[in-house]
Design a protein around this ligand. Structure first.
Ligand SMILES: [Zn+2]
Length: 390
């Protein structure tokens, strides 16, 4: 298999270079307060048979992979939920089963491998929480230094997790967007590979592995995938995986990608309707999909448009309710972003063909943000001394 970069905006080809992050021509047009321009995609060419191995479709050789078992997450068959929703071919991809309990490990894994190959020993990033604790864990396994810029409001579990893994953490006053700018300034001034989502092409490329796995687990392309969407990088990566399968002739079609956004952080859904991005401060309990500027916005919008994707928004109340319903019917406790995808399914399920194969991406473990989940359950102050007190 041969690999190169292609600019997702202007189509210019580049050789893969660990120092190249976005298309220099398009980056010159970058304005503040808009999604990233010139996102680079990995372009592969070659042949692969039906029993291909996932690493064969990745641009970094396995000898550089970090020694940590990312991916191969289970595809659940939720019997009660299938019956309740009348969708006998409903599946849940449980990416909370990754080593740091988050989907983000898929991106961290490939960034770590690329840094190892390039001999870069420090990885720098901004994160709303999950990407940071993920990179910290994967970097720890690989013996790489991880420097993390985290908004001060990030859930405590994610901060503590990153510190446990030994990352250097700077808590930033302000939002993710401020942390993002600081991380870029830091890596420009002090070096290191920047892993910020969408900016580093290995993030999109690593995330595509979820699609390759789903395809292998199902033995087919699903009809619908519900994807929790903030900056649009998981959506872009999921699309890329299926596009690679189609390009290699392993699959015949794309699934319908459904971007599920919190109504307080719905930049991509608004752009899908209006044709352009307009910044608006975000506000949702689902911290990992709460972004003012969707960094991968242009790329994600292109995927939705070119492959008949859809956008759907859900309220925080619907997210809480979906989180509890998923937990109570399946035994899967997912974080608010994963619950958002579930809420999207609950909203659209009456419209879906009962025979459709449907996958919901549950992107993180619920234990990562118990303060939010705690708001939706009744925590009794009452204690008992014996059964007579019940
Ligand atoms: Zn370009």
């Amino acid at each position: 298999m041969e690999f190169g970069y292609v600019c997702s905006q202007c189509g210019q080809d580049y050789e893969i270079d660990p120092g190249l992050m976005v298309c220099p021509a398009c980056a010159g047009e970058q304005r503040p307060d808009e999604p990233l321009r010139g996102i680079l995609e990995v372009e592969l060419s070659g042949e692969a048979g039906p029993d291909f191995k996932i690493p064969d479709l990745l641009p970094v050789a396995p000898e550089f992979f970090p020694p940590i078992p990312v991916g191969k997450t289970p595809l659940w068959e939720p019997r009660n939920l299938r019956r309740e929703l009348g969708l006998p071919n409903l599946f849940i991809k449980d990416d909370g089963a990754n080593p740091t309990s988050s989907f983000k490990d898929r991106a961290s894994f490939l960034v770590s491998a690329m840094a190892k190959k390039a001999g870069v020993e420090e990885i720098v990033l901004a994160s709303t929480g999950n990407a940071g604790s993920s990179m910290a864990g994967v970097g720890a396994a690989a013996g790489q230094k991880v420097t993390l810029f985290l908004p001060a409001a990030a859930p405590r579990a994610k901060l503590i997790q990153a510190l446990q893994y030994g990352a250097e953490v700077f808590r930033v006053e302000g939002t993710y967007d401020r942390a993002y700018d600081l991380s870029l300034e830091y890596s420009r001034r002090f070096g290191g590979m920047n892993r910020s989502t969408a900016y580093n092409p290995m993030t999109l490329e690593g995330k595509k592995t979820v699609s390759l796995e789903i395809f292998k687990q199902l033995g087919r392309v699903p009809d619908y995938i519900f994807i929790p969407t903030g900056d649009g990088c998981i959506l872009g990566g999921t699309a890329k995986g299926f596009r690679d399968l189609v390009k290699l002739g392993l699959a015949e079609r794309m699934p319908t990608l459904i971007a599920v956004q919190a109504d307080g952080s719905d930049a991509l859904c608004r752009a899908l309707e209006k044709g352009e991005f307009s910044p608006r401060p975000s506000n949702t309990i689902a911290d990992s999909i709460s972004v003012d500027i969707p960094r991968n916005g242009y790329h994600a919008l292109k995927q939705l448009r070119e492959h008949n994707g859809r956008g759907v928004t859900v309220t925080d109340r619907e997210i809480f309710s979906a989180q509890a319903r998923l937990a109570r019917t399946t035994g899967l406790f997912t974080e608010p972003a994963g619950a958002a995808a579930m809420a999207g399914l609950l909203k659209l399920s009456p419209e879906l063909d009962p025979g459709a194969t449907v996958v919901v991406l549950a992107t993180g473990n619920g234990l990562k943000d118990i303060d939010t989940a705690g708001q939706a359950v009744e925590l009794s102050e009452k204690t008992i001394k014996s059964l007579e007190d019940i």
